[in-house]
Design a protein around this ligand. Sequence first.
Ligand code: C2E
Ligand code: MG
Ligand code: MG
Ligand code: MG
Length: 281
Amino acid sequence: YAKTHGRNSYKLYTADLNVQSSEFMALANSLHRALDRHEIRVFYQPLVSLQTGKIVGAEALARWQHPDLGIIMPNKFIPVAEQTGLILRLSEQILFEVCEQMRIWESMGLDYGWIAVNLSGQHFQPDNNLLEIVAKVLKETGIDPLHLELELTEGIIMQNVEFTIALLSDLQDLGVKVAIDDFGTGYSSLSYLKHFPVNALKIDRCFIQDVTSDRHDATICLAIIDLAHSLALEVIAEGVETQEQFQFLKDHGCDHMQGYLFSQPLPTAEFAKMLSDGKSL
Ligand code: C2E
Ligand code: MG
Ligand code: MG
Ligand code: MG
């Protein structure tokens, strides 16, 4: 396989990765080139205050602008990046691009609040120098760390609790904020939660979807909001699509939300325009 695809291709042995689809193999081979050519683009989805209805920040979401296949979504290529180890390079690129972009917005006088960047489990392995990478990107771009938030899932923390807690605490000492993504879908133990050095919980979209019609989902959302606030954490609802969901979350004291009701993830220029237009709900 590797022979027919030239020198830059990865040697993906089916014995190691089980039997991968040919689509996976094709993406794995072109992802390396995609990183060299900066084909991975950052889209920004506004984060909105439930109290004011105004933009308070954004989540950076990766999109692969593939020359032949068009836009490829993260659910397709993030797993490929993880299994090939390219996720570290990819995230470093995204982190750098986001911080450079913040600088540009600052020079335009745009108040973008804070930008959240997703991280993968591999960043939280001892040899991968996440702290040094984040510190370097902040230093090289001159961004105030309080404008940057890092998102990770419960599963990542639970893989290596002691190490991750120490690393998150170092990141907080740098001044960056940390959020637990997809909260409620993982397996973090509540007894650990009080020790996690984090600033925010993001309620997973699966609890928001039927929050106004399913009493169990409503109860879970209220419990997460309560839990977050009693631990002095902010709480953000993901995947808000209707005015009813928005009102429910607002009435129950959730802090922020993101979702198609306000906006889909946008290319840089469109997000900047939304900021300068001062869109609000
Ligand atoms: P996530 O971090 O939980 O991001 C939220 C996802 O929900 C995004 O999907 C977003 O487009 C989608 N979403 C937001 N509002 C709504 C809504 O109202 N309705 C619906 N149906 N969906 C909504 P996306 O961009 O496809 O990303 C999927 C996942 O891929 C992300 O979930 C994240 O886990 C991962 N991902 C994306 N970008 C990156 C990245 O740069 N690095 C890493 N490591 N992972 C990333
Ligand atoms: Mg996220
Ligand atoms: Mg999420
Ligand atoms: Mg996710």
